[in-house]
Each structure stands twice: as structure tokens, then as C-alpha cells.
Design a protein around this ligand. Structure first.
Ligand code: AR6
Length: 169
């Protein structure tokens, strides 16, 4: 089931939340900063052992103090006008995160709007890629939640999911 939920991803008691990280995996601002703060210091210790992560790839750690059991860290592309493979890389973020979730037999996962903050990916296009990519996995997972943190993103996801549900995609 696909859902849109408005709020702070660190509050969600799901199997895994996805982090929009940077390639160091050592924390940052935005949702990454919020996740590291809420999970606690042990998270960065585990992240140090992972040796970073390439754009479009994903790696998993424990959730530590979060209500979520796991954190899947993925590195979205920085938007540079769309000619640097940004769309394919964003799709890879969703796909690789979901593949890890399926491999680990997780049943619920929550995504932030990867790359649409500091990395400046156009939110409408990002939501289109996110929804189309997760649809393929909706048979494998019981709950896939799109977490929106601002009204614009919430409206965009609301519309996209409506289109999908009435078969207009
Ligand atoms: N819960 C849910 N969504 C959130 C939260 C939260 N607590 N906080 C922010 N968002 P961004 P990016 C939304 O900038 O564009 C970091 O420094 C936010 O409103 O967090 O992928 C990393 O270390 C936006 O819709 O991630 C990287 O260097 C979405 O999350 C860089 O930022 C993504 O915004 C990654 O940039």
C-alpha cells in the first residue's frame, strides 16, 4: 500500500526509514541531520565502518534510538539542470533502497523526498520518479510511505498518488 504522510520521518515506527544522505554517510543537515540527531551517536560509529556510498546507491544500518528498526541510507543526485544523469540516479536511489528492504524481508518503509531539498531536484519530477519506481515494489512490501515535510511536497504527492490510483499514470 502506498501512503503519503506529513511530518518528521524520525517519528515513524516502521521497519525502515530512508535517509537522504551524502556520500560520506557521516551526517549533514536536512533530513540527514534530523535522523542522526534522533538516532544518537552510535549511528555515526556504524556509518564510519561503511566506507561511504556512491550517488544512487544505498546502505543499511540499525535504527538505534529511532522508533524505526533500520535506516537505509541513500545518496541522491545534486540537480544540475537534468543533463548529468540525475533522473536515472534518483530512480536508482529508490530501487536500491527497496531492494535492500526486500532482501531483508522488511514489510514497511518510509521515504523522504530524496534530493528535493539542498540538492535542488525539481519536486514534481522527483515525485513522479519516486511513485513510478516504488509501484513496482508494492507487491513485495505491505506499506510504502512517502513522507512530506512541507505543503508543496504534500500536494504534489497527493496528486501523483491519486493519478496512480485512478490509473491515469
Ligand atoms: N522528515 C522528513 N522530511 C524531511 C525532514 C524530516 N525530519 N527534514 C527535511 N525533510 P534534504 P537532499 C525533507 O535537504 O535534497 C544533507 O545535508 C525536506 O523538506 O534533507 O537529498 C545531506 O547530508 C525535503 O523535502 O535532502 C546531503 O548533503 C527532503 O526532506 C544533502 O542534505 C530532502 O531534503 C542531501 O540533500
Amino acid at each position: 500500500m502506498l501512503e503519503v504522510w506529513h511530518g518528521d520521518i524520525t517519528k515513524l515506527a516502521v521497519d525502515a526509514i530512508v535517509n537522504a544522505a551524502n556520500s560520506s554517510l557521516l551526517g549533514g543537515s536536512g533530513v540527514d541531520g534530523a535522523i542522526h540527531r534522533a538516532a544518537g551517536k552510535e549511528l555515526v560509529h556504524e556509518c564510519r565502518l561503511l566506507g561511504g556510498c556512491k550517488t544512487g546507491q544505498a546502505k543499511i544500518t540499525k535504527g538505534y534510538n529511532l522508533p524505526a528498526k533500520w535506516i537505509i541510507h541513500t545518496v541522491g543526485p545534486v540537480w544540475n539542470g537534468g543533463t548529468n544523469n540525475e533522473m536515472v540516479l534518483l530512480e536508482s536511489c529508490y530501487r536500491n533502497s527497496l531492494e535492500i528492504a526486500v532482501q531483508k524481508q522488511l514489510t514497511s518503509i518510509a521515504f523522504p523526498a530524496i534530493s528535493t531539498g539542498i540538492y535542488r531536484f525539481p519536486p514534481e519530477l522527483a515525485a513522479e520518479i519516486a511513485v513510478q519506481t516504488v509501484l513496482e515494489f508494492s507487491v513485495n512490501l505491505e506499506r510504502i510511505i512517502f513522507v512530506t515535510f512541507d505543503k508543496t511536497t504534500e500536494d504534489i504527492y497527493g496528486k501523483k498518488l491519486e493519478q496512480v490510483l485512478v490509473g491515469k499514470h
